[in-house]
Structures are given as structure tokens and as C-alpha cells.
Design a protein around this ligand. Structure first.
Ligand code: FEO
Ligand code: CA
Ligand code: CA
Ligand code: CA
Length: 694
């Protein structure tokens, strides 16, 4: 997240009802859930296996199997059980792993990926060119793509979400007469984006293969394609791309997704405030939070007119209308941001492509539905801001397992991701839900349709949030990552927290707690071939000492958690939950006072009734939720991937304050000195080399 950059302003003023009058309904539903889990379970279980046609295969090639995406195996083997003891809480300024495990630092910020960069300088003196050829800052979403199915060699795609300007520059950011120096701005732009690195395990240690042809950086200045309904329209024409088919850069890349055909998806989250409009902001800019001025978040636009500026590389962050047309100012630059961006990690010459059909908002990540031959694929993405929504994109094309074997992967991406329908979720009080299509014919307020209100599909997509308001979607407690259960196809979503949910906003059944400082995880199952689903809440974050109304899942010292964020299933059916609980830059809940951010594991399947989806976590089964990892002070744990054989687990430590120690690769070591902190990937393995967690 982004304790520094997350958007705390409530921008959803739609007043979509689940408000106070609904509170009573939600309270009675809660009583039902508590008193009658069996009844709730019966509702869920009739859907549990609905999507589980074992005759179809997900069919992705071994080369594409990162071991963390839904696979076609019908059920996780019954023998899968968590084989580690839950860790106690920790406030140690180093990583903590269970006994018998080791944790190494891999590819921290500033690590060169080729010989065009100087080594990282601990005084902050690296140049913008160094950053262009090194790991960026603030690692976030991530995926391991094996080479030839290997579990010892592959490509790691890593998001670089945002920057800590104090750590990036020798003495923090410089502003002279209101202007940022061009070199500093370029360095910041190059510290954002995505890294693809070729990594290999030798003698038990993972390292970057320097100068590999696969190693590349995408930054907030790299040219990318705009595909789908918004690309090539009047919305996206700029002096850089007069026909509107390209834009420079991807920004504030938070969570991630993958596809069944072996590509990476990076999610643009808190990009809006990097742009400033000091004129009249249109509704769609207000709705996403484009800065009203006087400056953008990083003041990048203030380097405008520097003699070295190339094609408005700084000026473009000021989207105020000043020229006679869209190709004479940068009014449309911001319309090129806010998307899911597809990258082919296996093809170093490929161009990253923004899939505009999947909506424009603060995308957190993107999980795909369990692939079934002959039916469309669905992709789920949360919009991480208070009272925002969760979305589903359904491809127009039916899934053909042969497409998993193709090597023209971005063409496959165009087939499934450029044409389809975007939906937004409405969660009903009775545990049912509905996907509302964001297409012209959908009815919204005052008897009008989306087409009446917004016009054509490109206009609807540009203002995705506004369209979702209009059709009456359910405002959620900050939707973060989604994950798909590999065998039963249930979708899990983290709702990280929402301290703005109060008596005047009220609650709704899917977001039932006022002042939700702890967050929760919701899950649902789509009815095949329909826009309906069934949902329940899987776990409520809480400290162990909270009263029963807060600690609804009966968590103890060994699994208390708050602000769930990163989320992933491995192919064995283990669900991994990561936390980002440095909320509001302070420690405003008891979990934060008890432990650093953490990663926990649970096997929902092991809780399951044989007919399908298992019960939510409750006082009787909570011990199955175990703490596997605790990070260093003030750092968020985010990004999750595993090798296909499950012997190496990758996660990211984001925004630590005094970690990692400089003189060791051991991630568990606490530094004895004050160090310039470096976000980093950590690789966890068992000392005996066996599969993790079981
Ligand atoms: Fe970048 Fe929503 O966390
Ligand atoms: Ca983050
Ligand atoms: Ca996040
Ligand atoms: Ca977060």
C-alpha cells in the first residue's frame, strides 16, 4: 500500500444503499451466521462443486506453471496438511520463519540487472540510468515463471509500487524555487514500474542471472500499448501518441495477476494523484482523485521545460487543458493510466499492453477463474479505496486449452482480454449476490441506462467508478487482492480495513463492522453461466483479546491478524494471507501493537465438508489458520509466488525502516547499525530442501 500514498479520501459519494436501515438486517444475518453456520454452509455447499467439471483442463503448459495458479486437478490431495507450528507474534527487526526454514534476501532495490548500472550505493547516489537497469523500489505483487518447468531457474516478475524519496536520494527530495531537478524526477520515475529478472538457484541460493536477455525494466516512462475499447479513441490522443494507441509508463503497480497462457498482469493502483489538473477537473478525474493542485504527488510536473526534457516527459503529469486540442496539451495523459497491464515475461522484445476493457480504477490485482474448456474466462479485480467496489471481467471468447500452449502470448491476451464484459458486484443481505454489467443497456438511477448517462463503452470504462455508482454496486471496505481456489473455483478477496465506516455511512452484510480497523476476507462462488453468486465471510481480522463482536472468527495469539492484503492459493490448495497493517501511518489496532506484518496459511479444503466449500474460520477450527512468517519492523508483507515443486517461496518485504542488514543475505538477521532500508524479495526454503508448509 502505501501508508504514504494510499488514497484516504472517500471519493464515493454515490450513497449506494446499504446504509443505516440496512444495519439491522445485517445484524440479524450475523446472528444467523453465528447461530447457524451449518445453515450457511448448506447454502454455500450446493455451489461448491458447481464449477468443478473435471473433464476440462486448465491446460497451461509446464513452462507456464508457477505452481500458484489454478490448476486442473480436481481436489487437493487429502494428505495435504500444514506441517509447521504457528509462529508467535514478533516485533523483531528481521524476518521470522518456522524452525527448520531459512530465508534469504534476493534482489533488493537498486540491485543491478545488467552491466549498465553501477552497484547500489548505500548513500543514495545512484543515477536515474542506474535505476533504469536495476531493481526498482517498494517491491509488491510478483510471480515466478519457470523456464522449461524448472523449479531452480525461471523469470521473476516484480512490481515496484511506489518510492520512499528519503531513501532514494542522498538527502531526500530536492525542490529549488518550486521545481524538482530533472535528474531526480527521472530517477523516481525509473524506480517505479516492473522488473523482469532471470533467476537461478545454485547451491541452495537464488541469484539474478546478470545480463540475461530476459532481464528488463518497465518504468513510469516505458512506452506501452493501449488496447481494448479506450485505446485509439479521442480519450487517449496526446502529443506523444496522436492516434491514442500508446502511452508512456505504468505507475504505482500494486498487486498482480497471471493468465492461463503464461503472461503477467500488473495492476495500476494509486496513479491518479501523480497527475495534477489546476483547471476544471471533469467528473471522472474527481472520481479517481486526480490532484486538484497546486501540484501532483511527486511534483514531477514541476521539472517541465527543463532543457533536457524530451517530448513532454515531465509536462505530461500536468493534465490541465491549456492548448487548442488534445494533441497540443497533455489533458489526456491521465486517461492512459488506471488499467491492468499485460506483460509477456518470456519475450524480451514484447510491448506491455494495457487492457482497457477490464476497467479503469485503483486496481489492486487480478485473479482468473478456474479455466473450463468451452466457457468464458473471468478475471476479478478489487478497487482499493474506501467504499469502492469489486469487479469481474468476463471474456467474450470461450476458453480453448490449446491457447495455453501458444507462444504469441499477447495475441492470446488480445483474444481474451480486449473483448468481453466488465461487471461490478452487488452483495445482497441474504448471502446471494449479482454481477451488474457495465454496458450501455444496464439500467441505473432515475430510469436511465448507462448509455443514457455516459454514452459509449469507452466513456463508461474511463469513468468505471462512476458507472458502478450509477448501477448500485456495493461499497466495500477497501478491496485488495483476489485469489481462486484451485479445485472448487471459489474466489477469495481481502477487504483490508475501513476506518471511515461509521454510524453515518452504516454497514452492509458484506462489510458488517463499524470502524473496521482489522479488515476481513470474503469469498464467493459464481453460478455457472449466470451473473449470480453466493458469498460468505471467510475470516474476520481481529486481535485475540477483542470482544466477540469484533473477534468473530475466534482468533488467538497464534493467528490474530489485521489488514489482510496480499492473497494467493498455491496449487495444493493452501491459502496464503499477507498483511499490511501499518494503517494510517500509525498502529491504530491491537494487532499492530502485538506483531509486525505477517503471512499466514490455511487450507480451506481441510475445513471442508466433502460436498464442497468448507465453513468459514470460527472458534472451533481457527487453529488451522497458522502464522508462517513475520516481517521486520514497519514493513508490509506482499507479493506471493512459489516454484512448481513448492520448495521455494517468494514474498516481498515492502517499506522496511532499517532492514536488511548490509553484510549478510540472511533475511532473519537484525541489523546492528542504522541502514538505508531496501524493499526486497525474500526467498524461503526448508533447510532440508523439502516442500514448504506441509
Ligand atoms: Fe498497494 Fe492496495 O495496496
Ligand atoms: Ca503495497
Ligand atoms: Ca496491497
Ligand atoms: Ca494495503
Amino acid at each position: 500500500m502505501s501508508k504514504h500514498i494510499s488514497d484516504k479520501t472517500v471519493r464515493n459519494h454515490s450513497q449506494n444503499k446499504p446504509f443505516s436501515e440496512v444495519l439491522e438486517i445485517s445484524l440479524s444475518r450475523r446472528a444467523m451466521m453465528r447461530g447457524g453456520l451449518a445453515a450457511a454452509l448448506a447454502t454455500m455447499s450446493s455451489f461448491g462443486l458447481a464449477g468443478c467439471d473435471s473433464s476440462s483442463t486448465g491446460g497451461h503448459t509446464p513452462a507456464n506453471d508457477g505452481g500458484t495458479t489454478p490448476n486442473p486437478d480436481p481436489e487437493p490431495p487429502a494428505s495435504v496438511k500444514l506441517g509447521f507450528e504457528s509462529l508467535p507474534t514478533s516485533m523483531t527487526d528481521g524476518c521470522v520463519v518456522p524452525q527448520g526454514y531459512i530465508a534469504h534476501v534476493l534482489a533488493p532495490w537498486g540491485t543491478p540487472i545488467n552491466d549498465n548500472a553501477l552497484p547500489w550505493d548505500q548513500n543514495g547516489n545512484n543515477s536515474s540510468n542506474d535505476l533504469l537497469n536495476s531493481m526498482g523500489m517498494h517491491h509488491d505483487g510478483m510471480h515466478f515463471f519457470p523456464l522449461e518447468g524448472s523449479s531452480t531457474e525461471g523469470l521473476l516478475a516484480v512490481n515496484h509500487e511506489y518510492i520512499d524519496e528519503k531513501a532514494l536520494h542522498p538527502k531526500g527530495p530536492t525542490v529549488v524555487n518550486g521545481k524538482r531537478p530533472a535528474e531526480e524526477v527521472r530517477k523516481e520515475i525509473n524506480a517505479h514500474g516492473v522488473a523482469i529478472i532471470h533467476i537461478r538457484r545454485t547451491n541452495g541460493r537464488w541469484d539474478i542471472v546478470q545480463n540475461s536477455r530476459y532481464n528488463r525494466r518497465f518504468t513510469s516512462a516505458t512506452a506501452m500499448k493501449l488496447a481494448g475499447p479506450v485505446g485509439g479513441t479521442d480519450w487517449t490522443k496526446t502529443p506523444f501518441s496522436p492516434n491514442g494507441t500508446q502511452v508512456r509508463g505504468t505507475n504505482n503497480n500494486c498487486g498482480n495477476g497471471t493468465t492461463p497462457w503464461g503472461t503477467y498482469i500488473t495492476a495500476e493502483e494509486n496513479w491518479a494523484a501523480c497527475f495534477v489538473n489546476t483547471g476544471t477537473r471533469p467528473a471522472h478525474q474527481q472520481r479517481v482523485g486526480v490532484s486538484a493542485g497546486p501540484t501532483g504527488r511527486y511534483l514531477w510536473e514541476t521539472a517541465a521545460q527543463d532543457p533536457s526534457e524530451v517530448l513532454g516527459e515531465f509536462t505530461r503529469f500536468n493534465v490541465t487543458e491549456t492548448g487548442a486540442s488534445a494533441t497540443e496539451d497533455w489533458r489526456n495523459e491521465v486517461n492512459g493510466f488506471g488499467y491492468l497491464v499485460e506483460i509477456d515475461p518470456y519475450d524480451p522484445s514484447s510491448i506491455a499492453t494495457k487492457r482497457t476493457s477490464m476497467g479503469r480504477f485503483a486496481h489492486e490485482g487480478c485473479a482468473y477463474s478456474k479455466p473450463e474448456a468451452g466457457i468464458p474466462l473471468a478475471f476479478y479485480s478489487g478497487d482499493d479505496s474506501r467504499f469502492e467496489y469489486v469487479y469481474r471481467f468476463v471474456s467474450a471468447a470461450n476458453w480453448d486449452p490449446k491457447d495455453a500452449e501458444r507462444t504469441d502470448r499477447l495475441a492470446v491476451g488480445a483474444k481474451y482480454l480486449d473483448k468481453g464484459t466488465l461487471y461490478v458486484a452487488r452483495f445482497n443481505e441474504d448471502g446471494s449476490g449479482e454481477w451488474l454489467a457495465l454496458t450501455g443497456s444496464t439500467a441505473g438511477k432515475n430510469g436511465r441506462t448507462l448509455a443514457d448517462e455516459f454514452g459509449s463503452l469507452d466513456a463508461i470504462l474511463i469513468n468505471t467508478r462512476g458507472a458502478a455508482d450509477f448501477v448500485g454496486a456495493t461499497p466495500m471496505d477497501r478491496p485488495e487482492w483476489t485469489a481462486t481456489h484451485p479445485s472448487n473455483g471459489d474466489i477469495y478477496l481481502t477487504l483490508t480495513n475501513n476506518t471511515s465506516r461509521n454510524a453515518s455511512t452504516g454497514t452492509n452484510a458484506a462489510n458488517p463492522r463499524l470502524n473496521n480497523v482489522n479488515g476481513h476476507i470474503i469469498r464467493w462462488h459464481d453460478e455457472p453461466g449466470s451473473n449470480k453468486f453466493k458469498w460468505d465471510i471467510f475470516v474476520f481480522g481481529s486481535d485475540s483479546g477483542a470482544d466477540a463482536d469484533t473477534n468473530r472468527s475466534g482468533l488467538t495469539d497464534l493467528n490474530q491478524l489485521a489488514s489482510p492484503d496480499g492473497l494467493g492459493f498455491d496449487s495444493r490448495g493452501i491459502l496464503w494471507i499477507q498483511t499490511d497493517n501499518g494503517i494510517d501511518g500509525g498502529r491504530k489496532n491491537n494487532v499492530a501493537r502485538a506483531t509486525n506484518d505477517q503471512m499466514l496459511a490455511v487450507i480451506p479444503g481441510s475445513l471442508a465438508d466433502s460436498s464442497g466449500t468448507g465453513p468459514a474460520i470460527n472458534a472451533n477450527n481457527q487453529a488451522d489458520l497458522r502464522r508462517f512468517f513475520v516481517g521486520p519492523n514497519e514493513a508490509e508483507i506482499t507479493g506471493f509466488s512459489m516454484t512448481p515443486d513448492h520448495t521455494s517461496l517468494f514474498l516481498n518485504i515492502q517499506h522496511p525502516v532499517n532492514w536488511p542488514a548490509y553484510d549478510t543475505h540472511d533475511a532473519t538477521v537484525v541489523s546492528m547499525n542504522t541502514v538505508r532500508p531496501r524493499s526486497s524479495t525474500v526467498v524461503i526454503q526448508r533447510a532440508d530442501g523439502k516442500p514448504i508448509a506441509v
